[in-house]
Design a binder for this molecule. Sequence first.
Ligand code: 8YV
Length: 324
Amino acid sequence: MKPRILVSREVFDETLALLAEHFDVESNQTDQRFSADELAARLADKQAAVISTSDRIDAALLDRCPGLKAVCNVGVGYNNIDVPACTSRGVMATNTPGVLTDSVADYTFGLVIATCRRVTEGEHYLRDGQWKGTYLKQMLGQDVHGATLGIFGLGRIGQAVAKRAAGFDMNVLYHNRSPLDAATEKTFNASYRTKEALLRESDIVVLLTPYSAESHHMIGAAELALMKPSAVLINVARGGIVDDAALIEALKARRIWAAGMDVYENEPALNPGFLGLKNVVLSPHLASASEPTRKAMANTAARNCIAALTTGAPPNLLNPEARR
Ligand code: 8YV
């Protein structure tokens, strides 16, 4: 009898076909997100799950699913998974690093340009019938080329963004918990700064750090007050890294020039204070959403699931100590 698994959100047919070679698959192709209670009920008789980054895997759920051996995220961020709780119960947890790096870096640069050059504001202006012709001082923006780019989190995606910045002749600063080695800094032409110095010196601040209790509200009113009034903040990491209410106040008061957001606190129920502002670009968590990349993510999660229940050694295992 094949192991039984759950695919908690809609995936591609090729992903389902790959999984069906190994498992008895229950899949949520209607893509209606399960409540915590329904997710636990559906996992109660499963050995593994391919899940989305919006599915919360915590101790309470795991205690209702004693047969679970692996949870496999379709995504690189895994703050939705209580990994220590998985480990203590012998449940392997995996993610999908690498396959989405360039798509997220591309989108990040698109959000930088759209925010600095007011692309979406211009489109709304035109669609609303306000455009009566061009004039010299119309919708003036900030230049991206030659600007100082400050990256919070110079990991895989941050380094891909730094590579793209070279093409725009940008000065790249970064902040990590500790400085990278000189060779890596040289490769990406990036200079380490403390958090405060990066905020003060950057024209464009890009957030690419993982979400954790440590990074919760890493950017709040005090940090926004350090930024230049002409500066732009870009969040493509996770909702919660920015105190959205503080950001809204800073945007209203023009304490910073603009923001580009792809993730939000309590998404999809983002703070309604964003909706009336013109100096913010809002996108619905799309940074990895190219078709090839989302297929690669789903298939990577599937291969992690297959390996977890066959060899016990999934390629992207977050908690090796959980292996039984
Ligand atoms: C989402 C992401 O997972 O990879 C991540 O961490 O945030 C995104 O790629 C996306 O919503 C996939 O479902």
